[in-house]
Design a protein around this ligand. Structure first.
Ligand SMILES: Nc1ncnc2c1ncn2[C@@H]1O[C@H](COP(=O)(O)OP(=O)(O)OP(=O)(O)O)[C@@H](O)[C@H]1O
Length: 769
């Protein structure tokens, strides 16, 4: 063992089996550098070389976090190797001349990372019988060591030393209360009773994790689930924080799919047999066992080593269905159909029809239909498995560090019970969600992965919001916030029931994601039974604004856009059901100028100011405004081109922009009837001069694109919040409000930019009339 007389501590790393170079990543405020830390096996090298190496290594480490200018000072006070850094505490920083907050933070992160490496080294050392290693120790003992200048901790001490364990402060974050132990029985369910239950499933450590010597940090019993998180205090001492959660049920690693089925999906199947609609979600980090739960595993599958082949919830549900259909005479006429598709990056693909692109459309009654979706009739569990295995081959998959066949999309299996004339008797969805960690992992260098992550993030937040609003029986369900929730709209309205299974990995390396999963699941059930109440500040309901109601009425009556009329009932239904309610006839204002004023005043008023007695429909405000602006812009465009009307299709922002762009490229002369057809008005300018003189239109278009981009941005910003560890609900609401405020500012600026053009258009329109 080498003892440096100048140094304040002595370390013996000589017997530690550690790769000579370990690469880790340092992160901290503004820091993200690769760090190459060398652990020198000192006795194997001449002392001079070792000392030089250690100094070099120290310099490199400091440089990685931008602290190289402190190298000389550190060396002069005896910190000459990376190992010496690991025992520094915050008290030492001033002595070392580290005074600015920035430098202190950087050094703090560096020391913390190095100690993590030390902990790994210790783990390796424990494997070796003769290892003698100094444990990174709390500040007090470190100070004592410095005074005596002796190596103080030997292997015995290491074993004796216990990391303190603390309970997570429940007041910091609401972990909810124990719920009813059994899932609600559909037959007994009364109005007002919870329609959702949330369960957690912990999987066993996989053989790969066992090989890596991962420790199990999750304990489960009945309804409670405890996660032990390892943490470092500000003085760099290690401690453990226990997070205790309560759910409707927690399944331990020994539970089979069948047990999970009985407490989760079986009540949903009963509900479907009674003609209801139900949804079962599997949520969790990649590799946490979602697919295993939903699909099961074949005896020759990845779990072969465990010698188990298990049916998943899909098959168990269908098996159960068939046994009910055959045993009950009233149900024998029903047939079972399945469809299987995925949502990948906001697009729908049919997994039973060569990944054909699908489109979710809403009819006049507000029902969502998936156009082109293939429904296959199944008559046994085997035929279902065949259908699913064919579909799974087409699913978007990639490999992640945890799971070699990691799913990158949400997979949705729909089971329909059909009666005479193919009418739908009952329906059930099984949703195998994409790995939730993608959402929070913004550090992924691959752009595609980041986009996938953002999309997944957005849909998971939307899902949570919809499930909560379903349970609280709120009037407004924000299902349009993502494709996933739009497709599952039926599951959030009427008498539907939902079960969420949060899958978690028990390994210590997954602690952060596991905690996020448990928090997400907890938030889903957070307001169970608290109908109409919300934690945090409340905000004004858009439907309470007479001005916006007037605007809505003008839009739906067609007076909003003189020159063309939105004749589609679905469009009107959409507007009224999502954003605005019950406009009274006397509130109607036929003037388009007044519409402009209404929006502007609305934006300038305190719509985003929180107020008592409202729900969260304010989230739709910018959407309402942007969708109101688009017809104006189209009208403006039509006016410039001498057109008169536009169809409903051309009103949608995407179509307006796409048509406009495609015809910007077109140099062909316009057909003679162009002016009589509304779509053609957009498609085909009456003269090329109209395009050149339509410079204003480009400005309008650019603004609309900015607005849409902003819409997307604020969505993803908002959804990123949900994954933040340690963020309480109140803080979450406040942050969300800030985002909304920024968005409001942006809308206001856009409107003020657009106003001159809109006024010109409206004037032009009035002159013509
Ligand atoms: N309850 C369980 N018992 C035994 N093995 C399990 C269990 N749950 C998961 N596993 C195993 O863990 C591995 C990962 O599981 P799975 O593929 O289901 O994860 P996933 O959550 O669907 O991941 P991804 O989101 O990446 O698709 C598989 O090898 C699976 O067999």
């Amino acid at each position: 063992m080498k003892c440096d007389t100048d140094a304040k501590v002595c370390l013996d790393l000589s017997l530690v089996e550690k790769p000579l170079q370990t690469v880790c990543t340092l992160t901290g405020p503004g820091v993200r550098f690769p760090l190459r830390a060398q652990h020198c096996r000192e006795e194997q090298r001449p002392i001079d070389n070792t000392t030089e190496d250690m100094s070099q290594c120290l310099y490199e480490s400091l440089r990685a976090v931008g602290l190289q200018h402190h190298y000389n000072r550190l060396s002069s006070v005896g910190v000459r190797s990376v190992a010496h850094l690991t025992v520094l505490t915050l008290d030492d920083f001033p002595l070392l001349g580290i005074k600015s907050m920035e430098d202190r933070t950087r050094l703090f992160h560096l020391v913390r990372e190095l100690r993590t490496l030390d902990a790994e080294t210790l783990l390796q050392a424990e494997i070796q019988e003769d290892a003698c290693y100094v444990l990174p120790s709390p500040s007090n003992s470190a100070q004592k060591r410095r005074k005596t200048n002796k190596p103080t901790v030997d292997k015995e001490n290491v074993q004796k030393q216990k990391t303190p364990v603390y309970q997570a402060n429940l007041s910091e974050y609401s972990y909810g209360l124990p719920q009813a132990s059994a899932p609600p029985s559909p037959s007994k369910r009364r109005p007002g009773e919870p329609r959702i239950w949330v369960c957690v499933r912990k999987r066993p450590l996989t053989s790969a994790e066992e090989r890596r010597k991962e420790t199990d940090v999750v304990t489960s019993a009945g309804q409670s689930c405890v996660l032990q998180e390892s943490r470092a205090a500000v003085d760099l001492t290690h401690y453990k924080l226990q997070h205790r959660f309560f759910f409707d049920h927690v399944f331990g690693e020994a539970c089979s799919n069948e047990e999970v089925y009985l407490r989760t999906a079986q009540p949903l199947v009963q509900h479907m047999l009674q003609g209801g609609s139900a949804t079962c979600f599997a949520y969790g980090q990649t590799g946490a066992g979602k697919t295993h739960t939903m699909l099961g595993c074949s005896p020759v599958g990845p779990s072969q080593s465990r010698g188990r082949g298990e049916l998943g919830l899909y098959s168990l549900a269908v098996k159960d269905l068939f046994s009910h259909l055959s045993s009950s005479p009233a149900l024998t006429r029903l047939t079972v159909f399945v469809s299987f598709f995925e949502i990948y990056c906001g697009q729908l693909y049919d997994l039973l029809d060569h990944r054909n692109r699908l489109f979710a459309r809403e009819d006049g009654c507000g029902n969502v239909h998936i156009a082109g979706l293939c429904h296959k009739r199944v008559e046994s569990v085997d035929s279902l498995l065949q259908v699913i295995s064919r579909g799974t081959e087409h699913r978007s998959q990639g490999s992640s560090g945890v799971n070699p066949v990691s799913s990158r999309s949400h997979a949705l299996l729909q089971i329909q019970l059909r009666g005479a004339g193919q009418s739908v008797h009952g329906r059930m969805w099984f949703v195998d969600l994409a790995g939730s960690e993608r959402a929070s992992d913004s550090g992924d260098p691959d752009r595609r992965s980041r986009l996938e992550g953002a999309e997944i993030n957005q849909s998971l937040l939307a899902l949570k919001e919809c499930i909560r609003s379903l349970d609280q029986e709120q009037g407004h369900t924000p299902f349009r916030q993502s494709k996933l929730t739009q497709v599952l709209k039926d599951s959030f309205v009427g008498d539907s029931m939902t079960c969420m299974i949060a899958n978690i990995s028990p390994g210590h390396s997954s602690t952060e994601h596991t905690l996020n999963t448990l928090r997400y699941a907890d938030r889903v059930k957070e307001l169970k039974g608290q109908k109409g109440q919300r934690k945090g500040r409340r905000v004004k309901n858009i439907s309470e604004s007479p001005k916006l109601r007037t605007l809505s009425q003008n839009r739906s009556s067609g007076t909003f856009r003189s020159g063309f009329r939105d004749s589609s009932p679905s469009k009107r239904a959409k507007t009224s059901s999502t954003v605005l309610t019950d406009p009274s006839p006397e509130e109607q204002e036929p003037s388009s100028v007044s519409n402009l004023n209404i929006i502007q005043e609305y934006v300038e008023e305190s719509v985003w100011e929180p107020e008592e007695g409202a729900d969260d429909s304010y989230l739709d405000v910018p959407q309402a405004i942007s969708s109101s602006m688009i017809p104006w812009a189209i009208q403006f465009h039509s006016q410039r081109l001498g057109g008169t009307t536009a169809t409903e299709q051309s009103v949608s922002p995407e179509n307006a922009l796409i048509l406009h762009k495609s015809h910007k490229k077109s140099t062909a002369p316009p057909p003679a009837q162009a002016e009589s057809s509304s779509t053609d008005v957009l498609k085909t300018p009456s003269s090329s001069e109209a395009w050149t003189s339509g410079a204003h239109w480009h400005i309008v278009q650019a603004h609309m694109e900015t607005l849409q981009q902003m819409q997307r941005l604020s969505h993803s910003e908002g959804t990123l919040l949900v994954q933040q560890p340690d963020m309480g609900f109140d803080e979450y609401v406040q942050q969300l409000e800030q985002i909304m405020r920024r968005k409001a500012l942006c809308v206001r600026s856009l409107i003020s930019h657009l106003q001159p053009y809109l006024k010109t258009t409206l004037q032009h329109s009035a002159d013509r009339l």
